[in-house]
Design a protein around this ligand. Structure first.
Ligand code: ME8
Length: 630
């Protein structure tokens, strides 16, 4: 790792209060920053708020406030949350900070002077919510935004444009230069495909609203404000003083941007193109994480199911929350916040595997050795020590590749070795037979193991790991990390200290239930519930009436299985048997068999009902029997 490390979170729009998606982005960055510091790097960690744009102007207006007063309030909530969460940022930037505004104007000036910004006319469908223009082919049905699904509006403006098109080749060459530039790799491919399809120039000013950074005086065009994304992206360098006081710009040599997958295009295409235009180096890594849902549903204000990170941290402890978020979801994939999963993690991983191991060590050290344990270098646990050092050596690359869930999974193997060693060794029996030197050997082994574990876990659970280290009489810092993890050393003696249990078992959920209204609760099913229904296409190979029934037809339906199925269908009042024979129908194929008028029915044929009665639901064109309906 380079000696300098720069990590940035997205800057959050102030039109919404913080929820767990925001917390995830910030916590990921915090873990990266803490890890780099522990490895001895000089770190600059940037977070902040994105305060300009039409969306914020509208939100402020709706509350009868000025945009600045509104941004002060909501931006303040973000900052307070990160402070209360002990997020180790070096700067909290606001895009209304004067040094940032000056930097953005300077960037506009340079881009214009070098011919990358020019004036033109723009007409297109605009999504205010995403602050993005879309062309016709990208819109959903009815002109809705392909990202958020909200209606777009037609905008016609005289705009300044950035010549993104001029950077297509250089961008492609940049993506090809480093496979891990954009993580996860699947998203890198998406970006490459998008750029290969051709880039259109980007409109980078607006005249239809006022809440934004004005163009530099040299442009002499006071109607325009700078597009919020040009403004926002520049924060990554203005925060280091670019354009004003550049003394922190040295961190720019090793920059990692952590973002959500929703804003990858801005970061992987427009941002590097802007940087190329400014003749600045490009970031080293753009890491796009997935999207958090709650109990399988998208979180939104209107549904009222967004989760407040503060509420989760208050209920379960901040560090358990951090651990859960990074452990439960593979980086880049979407994650579901289910309270039960969080409780299971706390109980099994934290209270059981880690917490108990520490409690066992401290309990025995107190009881048998008055907290002072020293090893006589007996040939004990040599195999386990080798295994632990081998696991520890695999951890750093996983962290660097943003594979935190794998990192933690591997790390937990170290604690498992510790728990197994105690169980197998049965120290309580050894003490009875007077082999206390062997028990001391075990306890020194356990203390080393827990210390190595705590050093590796510290970026994710810093406070708990400090307490673990304190109970082992050691401090978590870069030299200790270097010796125990990088050089795989083992300490020969410890003076331990009592420590109340760090992680209590959780018996019942602690969050207030999601406020869904009663009607929604009654009607909604989850995707998993829907998936239980097997629907298939089948051909009716025979149809006849069930005697004494006007309604029922007895069908034999080929569902692509060895033997056709007998199905009783209640469509006899609307279809003659001969009108059905030889046609295709849609069938629920995993319905429990039932008897109707003495005939077994093994499935159900689907029909559509309206005021004219029933019509069979059928595939649009001839389809293979047994083809699934999804
Ligand atoms: O996009 N799950 O701000 P923003 C996971 N201002 N992450 C989520 C999430 C969810 N449900 N919801 C939000 C912006 N996020 C711009 C960024 S950067 C120069 C400008 C995270 O407040 C995710 O990282 O709408 C997303 O990209 C970020 O919050 C910012 O969202």
């Amino acid at each position: 790792m380079s000696d300098l490390f720069y990590v940035t979170s997205p800057i959050y729009y102030v039109n919404d209060v913080p929820h767990i998606g925001h917390a995830y982005s910030t916590i990921l960055c915090d873990a990266l920053a803490r890890n780099a510091r522990l490895r001895g790097a000089e770190v600059f960690f940037l977070t902040g708020t994105d305060e300009h744009g039409q969306k914020i102007e509208q939100a402020a207006k709706a509350r009868n406030e000025t945009p600045k007063a509104y941004a002060d309030k909501i931006g303040g909530e973000f900052k307070k949350l990160w402070d209360d969460f002990d997020i180790s940022y070096n700067r909290f930037i606001r895009t209304t900070d004067s040094d940032h505004e000056l930097g953005v104007q300077k960037a506009f000036e340079i881009m214009r002077a070098n011919g990358d910004i020019y004036k033109g006319e723009f007409e297109g469908q605009y999504c205010v919510s995403c602050e993005t223009f879309w062309n016709e082919s990208q819109l959903l049905e009815g002109g809705a935004c392909p990202d958020c699904g909200k209606p777009t509006e037609l905008l016609k403006e005289e705009n300044y444009f950035f010549r993104t098109s001029a950077y297509q080749d250089r961008l492609l060459a940049w993506y090809a230069s480093d496979e891990s530039l954009i993580l996860p790799k699947s998203r890198r491919n998406e970006v490459i495909r998008f750029v290969e399809n051709g880039l259109e120039d980007l409109s980078v000013t607006r005249t239809t609203f006022e809440w934004g950074i004005k163009l530099p005086k040299s442009a002499n065009d006071p109607k325009h404000v700078i597009y919020v994304w040009l403004d926002a992206l520049m924060n990554y360098v203005t925060a280091l003083g670019w354009g004003t006081d550049e003394h922190n710009m040295r961190f720019w040599s090793n920059a990692t941007h952590v973002i959500g997958k929703d804003i990858l295009r801005f970061h992987a295409i427009y941002w590097p193109a802007f940087l190329m235009s400014l003749n600045l180096p490009l970031p080293k890594r753009i890491a796009a994480h997935g999207w958090w849902t709650r109990d399988g549903a998208k979180m939104s204000k209107s549904k009222g199911n967004a989760i407040s990170p503060r509420e989760v941290a208050d209920a379960y402890g901040l560090e358990s929350f951090r651990y859960f978020m990074l452990r439960d979801v593979p980086f880049g994939q979407d994650g579901d916040f289910a309270e039960k999963a969080l409780i299971d993690r706390v109980n099994s991983d934290l209270a059981n595997d880690l917490g108990n191991l520490l409690n066992r060590l401290l309990g025995m050290a107190d009881r048998y050795f008055a907290f002072n344990v020293a090893a006589a270098d007996l040939p004990c646990f040599d195999e386990e020590k080798k295994q632990i050092d081998a696991i520890a050596a695999t951890l750093d690359p996983l962290f660097e590749a943003m594979q935190m869930h794998r990192y933690l999974e591997e790390l937990w193997k170290i604690f498992a070795i510790g728990n197994k060693a105690v169980n197998d060794f049965k120290p309580w029996e050894k003490m009875k037979t007077g082999a206390s030197d062997q028990v001391a050997e075990l306890l020194v082994f356990m203390a080393n193991l827990l210390l190595k574990g705590a050093l590796a876990l510290s970026p994710i659970m810093p406070k708990s790991c400090d307490l673990i280290a304190k109970s082992l009489g050691v401090t978590i810092d870069a030299p200790t990390r270097r010796s125990l993890i990088d050089r795989a050393e083992w300490i020969a003696s410890f003076t331990l200290a009592a420590q109340p249990p760090l992680f209590a078992r959780i018996d019942a959920p602690r969050l207030t239930e999601i406020p869904t209204n009663a009607e929604e609760k009654a009607n909604l099913i989850t995707i998993d519930e829907f998936k239980k229904v097997e629907l298939k296409i089948g051909s009716v190979i025979e149809a006849k009436r069930v005697e004494h029934s006007a309604k029922l037809l007895l069908l034999r339906v080929d569902l692509g299985e060895d033997v056709p199925r007998q199905i009783v269908a209640g469509v006899g009042e609307f279809y003659a048997p001969e009108a059905i024979e030889g046609t295709q129908v849609c069938v629920v194929s995993n319905l429990k068999p039932a008897k109707l008028m003495g005939f077994e029915s093994r499935g159900m044929v689907l029909a559509i009902e309206d005021k004219n009665g029933l019509r069979l639901a059928r595939p649009e064109t001839a389809t293979a029997n047994g083809a699934p309906i999804k």
